[in-house]
Write a new protein. Sequence first.
Length: 102
Amino acid sequence: MSRFAQQTRLISTKGSADKLVAKFIEAAELQSENASCELMLVAQSGSDDDVVYVTEIWSSESAWKEARHSKAVTAWAKDIPKLVAEWPASTRLTRIGGKGIG
């Protein structure tokens, strides 16, 4: 079973960056007890406050899909469209190595 990793770039609507960041911190908290979610990092661009990045590592793509379609995440996601200015851009990542998650 190979891990699933991706980074998503989101652009907030004007004045909504803090709300968007808080919303994704909430998403990470929703997964706090889910062992399949190995990493959910929420970050803001250092050069553009309206840009938010979410980096995720999951035990598998199927685990990510299962979590994504859960009742809790579906309810959580209802507010996202009004917080983003354009469709999020996700890039699938292939883990090569480094420090941290084994």
